[in-house]
Design a protein around this ligand. Structure first.
Ligand SMILES: Nc1ncnc2c1ncn2[C@@H]1O[C@H](COP(=O)(O)OP(=O)(O)O)[C@@H](O)[C@H]1O
Ligand SMILES: [Mg+2]
Length: 171
């Protein structure tokens, strides 16, 4: 059971990376479930379930086991009336044996502490300098303060025990 964060500015390569990771999982037998913004559904050709409706997404999430789940820039699900339900998916969702990918532009505003603490791996793409500094503090990894200097499609892969390695998404 894995839980991954994908963070970076607009156009940095986050969705591309989420697609790559979920295609790899599809090859290992994980169907893909995506919650995305309205109008972006067609971007997810390989996914079995794609929706911009939180209710629909939640229903499929709990009705299945072993999905590759993506929340692509729909981080406002952690605010307002869906907040508790979204948090429950992050914590108790582990029993569904899903692999969950959370995609967000701004780590600070959009990722609540639960989301961050539950993550096994974070892919940090190019991000605003202030956010890079904040992420360095949140993860306790000083190198992340340089994330604003990353070229497009490049990322820091961050794991447990201070693991941090540079990577690049392939087309
Ligand atoms: N390694 C890559 N090489 C070429 N094009 C890429 C690569 N990674 C992403 N892209 C393309 O760049 C554009 C922006 O990437 P995207 O993943 O949509 O950014 P984000 O989700 O961070 O806004 C997309 O059209 C995507 O297909
Ligand atoms: Mg995107």
């Amino acid at each position: 059971m894995t839980h991954r964060l994908i963070v970076g500015g607009s156009g940095s390569g986050k969705s591309h990376q989420a697609k790559k990771l979920t295609k790899q999982l599809a090859a290992r037998g994980y169907p893909t479930l995506v919650l995305c913004r309205g109008g972006e559904e067609h971007d997810w050709a390989h996914a079995q379930y794609v929706t911009s409706s939180f209710d629909e997404f939640e229903k499929v999430f709990w009705a299945n086991h072993g999905l590759a789940v993506v929340v692509d820039e729909a981080m406002n699900i952690f605010d307002g009336e869906t907040a508790l339900r979204a948090k429950r998916m992050l914590t108790e969702g582990r029993h569904q044996a899903h692999v969950v990918h959370l995609v967000a532009q701004r780590a600070v505003d959009q990722l609540n502490a639960t989301a961050r603490q539950q993550a096994d791996t974070a892919f940090i793409f190019r991000i605003a300098e202030a956010d890079a500094k904040s992420l360095a503090g949140q993860f306790g990894i000083p190198a992340l303060a340089q994330a604003h200097l990353l070229p497009q499609y490049h990322y820091f892969a961050v794991g447990p025990c201070g693991y941090c390695k540079l990577g690049e998404t392939t087309p």
